[in-house]
Design a protein around this ligand. Structure first.
Ligand code: GLV
Ligand code: MN
Ligand code: MN
Length: 435
């Protein structure tokens, strides 16, 4: 469904709200400098892995910004950080917004960061407008939305919502090559986040509402010439790890008929995943093998062990599972034919989330009042909102991004689109805080 109004903007709360787009652009640029890689010729390349010095510098900078706005700051045991503008009735459940600042290797500068700096600017804009919210408004920086360091995404929001066992989380090992020995417990403690992870959990109903602003990360808004997306549901992600063990040896001397090449078997698994995903015929079923770790990884050595990491998502978890069923049948025959051992480990299999019709309606009203053309849409990317939905009504606001590009240095959202999304966020938070 689309909300279209061709009429001039009517007076609404949001019209009183002015976004400082120049300041936001400059803050996004500053945040993008906390990165471990050089800017790329294709755009602004950012790598900011959770709890690295870059992440810690970014957090410190953000805390300074929030402090200068008079927001209270709380950090939990996994580094989720809560910046609160205390309302006139502080005992009421707060209205929350937030996102993440970690970035996968060689990513862009807008994924997550627009929601964090947008949340901060929304609060500042509401303050400038003279608003005095009844409910507190809280900006939340969530830890490790990206799965890069520990192999599983949305760590902070999973812990907040009780979706991952705290002991299992603390025992998660480094997922990057060479970092397998480190655990979350060690790394978070070294970063200064101490105490049991069980304390991170927040009760159902802790927030009155959760609203996340994010770039779309897809092409639909731009393609349809629409200014804003209102998310009605978030697709369900799952992650699996396949380990293939064959027999290694000398690349020249080991005869072809004698080979049990783990990488050749892995290649068949990858193609099986692709073909069963395509066979669903559903645009919402997507699967990716983004990590293929080959051991020993020498050009003149037959691969003896390969680890594949599979990311598969669907709006329909049953269809997602049917793809995995079909892949497993192929895995059995690949193992038999190639005489290799293949084991499968589940990393995560999550359910989709539905956004609150009330919150969708509030944003519809804000857009209508501002003459903004908005589209109701599904998020195929996952977000912390997927897990915040377990403790709070949620909704997301999407802004267009150029070419639908994300997780790449040429990811781009225009200052005008960012400012528009932020203004809608501010107006929405303002309305919800008065409920
Ligand atoms: C989040 O970054 C995702 O992979 O959807
Ligand atoms: Mn991302
Ligand atoms: Mn994101």
């Amino acid at each position: 469904m689309q909300t279209q109004t061709g009429t001039p903007p009517s007076r609404t709360d949001s019209l009183e709200i002015a976004i400082d787009s120049t300041r936001m652009t400059s803050e996004l640029q500053t945040l993008s400098t906390f990165t471990s890689i050089e800017p790329s010729s294709k755009g602004t390349a950012v790598t900011r892995i959770v709890f690295t010095p870059d992440d810690m510098r970014a957090r410190a900078w953000l805390k300074d910004l929030a402090r200068s706005e008079g927001l209270t700051i709380r950090e939990d045991a996994v580094g989720n950080t809560f910046f609160r503008w205390v309302g006139t009735e502080p005992d009421l459940s707060a209205v929350a917004t937030g996102s993440h600042i970690d970035a996968i290797p060689h990513a862009g500068m807008y994924d997550g960061t627009v929601g964090v700096l947008g949340g901060l600017e929304a609060i500042r804009a509401l303050k400038r407008s003279g608003a005095r919210p009844r409910r507190s408004i809280e900006l939340v920086l969530l830890t490790s939305e990206e799965p890069t360091r520990f192999g599983i995404g949305c760590l902070g929001s999973r812990l907040i919502s009780g979706t991952i066992n705290p002991d299992r989380a603390d025992g998660l090992h480094g997922a990057q090559r060479g970092s397998e020995d480190e655990t979350l417990a060690q790394v978070r403690t070294a970063a200064g986040f101490k105490g049991p992870l069980s304390t991170v959990r927040l009760p159902q109903g802790h927030y009155h509402a959760w609203v996340e602003l994010h770039i779309e990360q897809g092409p639909l808004l731009e393609r349809e010439g629409l200014l804003l997306g209102i998310v009605t549901a978030i697709a369900a992600p799952a992650g699996y790890r396949f380990t293939i063990e064959g027999i290694g040896g000398h690349a020249g001397a080991l005869l072809m008929p004698d080979r049990r090449d783990a990488l050749c078997a892995a290649a068949e698994i990858i193609l099986s995943i692709e073909s069963h995903t395509l066979a669903t015929g559903a645009i919402d079923t997507v699967a990716t093998v983004g990590i293929c770790d080959v051991y020993p990884g020498a050009v003149n050595s037959v691969p003896s062990r390969v680890t594949l990491q599979v990311d598969i998502r669907d709006t329909d978890p049953a269809r997602r599972e049917s793809v995995m069923h079909a892949v497993r049948r192929d895995v059995v025959s690949i193992a038999t034919c190639r005489e290799v051992r293949i084991s499968e480990a589940l990393v995560n299999a999550d359910n989709p989330a539905t956004c609150s019709p009330h919150l969708v309606g509030v944003i519809d009203d804000v857009c209508r009042g501002d003459g903004i053309t908005a589209k109701h849409m599904v998020s195929r990317a996952y977000h912390d909102s997927l897990f915040m939905a377990r403790i709070s009504p949620i909704v997301m606001i999407f802004i267009p991004c150029r070419g639908g590009v994300s997780h790449r240095p040429d990811e781009y959202a225009s200052p005008a689109d960012i400012a528009r999304g932020t203004r809608v966020l501010a107006a929405t938070l303002g309305k919800l805080a008065s409920e």
